[in-house]
Design a binder for this molecule. Structure first.
Ligand code: ATP
Ligand code: MG
Length: 416
C-alpha cells in the first residue's frame, strides 16, 4: 500500500505556500492598522461548543464536523470555524474586563467533512476578525471596510460585497411565524433535510443550497423594526463615507445560527460555483447565550484558499537567494562554509548545494537557484584570501574581492 493524503486534504507546495504566506502577511498589516490583536485558540474543543454556538440545524454541525470520542471519553470536535472558540476564550478569560477594544483576529486551519471540489476542501484556511462589545453601526462599517482593505492589500480584486440585515430577535419572532406558514404550504418544493428542519429553524431553508434560490424569489420578506432599520441604514451611510461599494440583497441569509442584524458576504464571479470569499455578520446574542456577559459582536472569516485561487496568475514573490556559494576545490569547503555563514549573518540570503561535489555540479545548482551572484572559492582564492564573484543572470566579467569584504561588497552591488 502506498501512503497518500486523504481526500479533501492537500499539500501546499511552493510557490503556492508562499502565496498563502503573503496573504497572511497582508492581513497582519491591515489588522495592525485597525487595532486588532491576534487570538490563537485550540484546534480541538468540546463538540458541544460548536453545537451550541454554530447551531444544531446548520450544515456544519449536522453533516460536516469531524467529531469523535477521545481517549478520556469526551465528545470533542476539530474546529469547523473560528468564532465559537473565540467567544469561548473571551468568556473563559474574562476578556471583556481588560478595558481593551475587544478586537481580535485569528489565522488558522478549519476542518469540514464536505464533498471536495474546486475551492472546497476538508482542511482549509480562514483568516477571521471578531469585534466583541461594540453594538454601534460604526463597528459594522469599520469591520466591512477593514475586510475590503485586506482583500485589496493582498492583491485580490473584482470582488463584490453583498449586505443584508436579519434584524433582532423581535423582528424575527414575527417573521418566523409568517415564513413557517409559507413553508408549510409549500413543503412539496422543499428538499428532504429542509422538510425535517423547518419547524425547528425555518430560516435555514432560505440558506439551503437546494431550496434557497427558489424560495428567495417568492418567500415573504423580513421587515425590520425601527431600531434595526435605523442601524442598517446608518451602516450603509458609514460605508459610503469610507468609500466601500456594496449591494443590498434581501435574500442573503447566512448559514449559521448565531447571526443577527447586519450580515454580509464577499463574492467573486471568477471563482465559479464556489463564489464566496468571505462571510460575516453581527452576533449580538451569542456571547450571552454561551454563558458570557451581554456583549454585542460582529465578525467575519475569509477563505484563504479561495483568495489564493484569485491570485494564482499574479507573479509570485521572488524568493531566490541573492548569492550561491561554491567551493571549487575540496580544501575550500571550510572557507566556503564560513563565507556562507557570514553572508547570512549580514542579512544576504545565500545558499549552496554540497561543497563536496564537482565544480560543474555546484555551478549547475547555482544557475538553477535563481541567485544573482555565485561566490566561488578555489585553490587560487584560498592562497590569496579572496573570493571570485560571478554574475549569474547576465554576462559580465568575474571579479575578485577579499573574502572579509565579500558581504559589504555584495550588499553594495545588490542595492546599486
Ligand atoms: P460556502 O457557501 O462556500 O459553503 P460557507 O458559508 O460555508 O461557504 P463560511 O462558513 O462563511 O462559508 O466560511 C467563510 C469562508 O471560508 C467562505 O466564504 C469560504 O471562502 C471559506 N470556506 C468555507 N468552507 C470552505 C471549504 N470547505 N474549503 C475552502 N474554503 C472554505
Ligand atoms: Mg459551507
Amino acid at each position: 500500500m502506498s501512503l497518500h493524503s486523504l481526500r479533501g486534504f492537500r499539500d501546499l507546495l511552493p510557490p503556492d505556500s508562499a502565496l498563502f504566506t503573503s496573504i497572511e502577511a497582508a492581513a497582519r498589516e491591515v489588522f495592525a492598522l485597525y487595532g486588532y490583536q491576534e487570538l490563537r485558540v485550540p484546534t480541538i474543543e468540546l463538540k458541544e461548543l460548536f453545537v451550541k454556538a454554530t447551531g444544531d440545524t446548520t450544515d456544519i454541525v449536522e453533516k460536516e464536523m469531524y467529531a469523535f470520542t477521545d481517549g478520556g471519553g469526551r465528545e470533542v470536535a476539530v474546529r469547523p470555524e473560528g468564532t465559537p472558540g473565540v467567544v469561548r476564550a473571551y468568556i473563559e478569560n474574562n476578556l471583556g474586563q481588560t478595558g481593551r477594544n475587544g478586537k481580535y483576529f485569528y489565522i488558522g486551519n478549519m476542518f469540514r467533512a464536505e464533498r471536495p471540489q474546486a475551492g472546497r476542501y476538508r482542511e482549509f484556511e480562514q483568516i477571521g476578525a471578531e469585534q466583541i462589545g461594540n453594538a454601534s453601526p460604526y463597528a459594522d462599517a469599520e469591520t466591512i471596510t477593514m475586510l475590503v482593505r485586506l482583500l485589496e492589500k493582498a492583491g485580490v480584486s473584482g470582488c463584490s460585497v453583498v449586505l443584508n440585515s436579519l434584524g433582532c430577535g423581535e423582528c424575527r419572532k414575527a417573521y418566523r411565524e409568517t415564513l413557517l406558514n409559507y413553508l408549510r404550504l409549500n413543503t412539496a418544493t422543499l428538499c428532504e433535510p429542509c422538510k425535517g428542519r423547518i419547524e425547528r429553524n425555518p430560516m435555514r431553508a432560505l440558506d439551503c443550497k437546494i431550496d434557497g434560490p427558489v424560495l428567495a424569489e417568492k418567500a415573504p420578506r423580513l421587515s425590520l423594526c425601527p431600531a434595526c432599520a435605523g442601524h442598517f441604514s446608518r451602516t450603509q451611510e458609514l460605508l459610503n463615507i469610507s468609500g466601500v461599494e456594496y449591494q443590498v440583497n434581501t435574500s442573503l441569509v447566512r448559514g449559521l445560527d448565531y447571526y443577527t442584524s447586519t450580515v454580509f458576504e464577499v463574492r467573486s464571479s471568477a471563482l465559479g460555483s464556489q463564489d464566496a470569499v468571505c462571510g460575516g455578520g453581527r452576533y449580538d446574542d451569542l456571547v450571552k447565550s454561551m454563558g458570557g456577559p451581554a456583549a454585542a459582536a460582529i465578525g467575519w472569516a475569509v477563505g484563504v484558499d479561495r483568495m489564493a485561487m484569485l491570485l494564482k496568475d499574479k507573479p509570485a514573490a521572488e524568493n531566490a537567494p541573492k548569492t550561491f556559494i561554491v567551493a571549487a576545490a575540496k580544501e575550500a569547503g571550510t572557507k566556503a562554509f564560513a563565507l556562507l555563514t557570514a553572508m547570512r549573518a549580514a542579512g544576504i540570503s545565500s545558499d549552496f548545494s554540497n561543497f563536496e561535489l564537482s565544480l560543474k555540479s555546484q555551478m549547475r545548482s547555482a544557475d538553477k537557484s535563481g541567485a544573482a551572484f555565485a561566490l566561488i572559492i578555489g585553490e587560487d582564492e584560498l592562497k590569496a584570501g579572496t573570493v571570485a564573484v560571478k554574475l549569474l543572470k547576465e554576462k559580465g566579467e568575474q571579479l575578485s574581492v577579499a573574502i572579509a569584504d565579500a558581504p559589504s561588497e555584495i550588499s553594495k552591488r545588490l542595492s546599486a
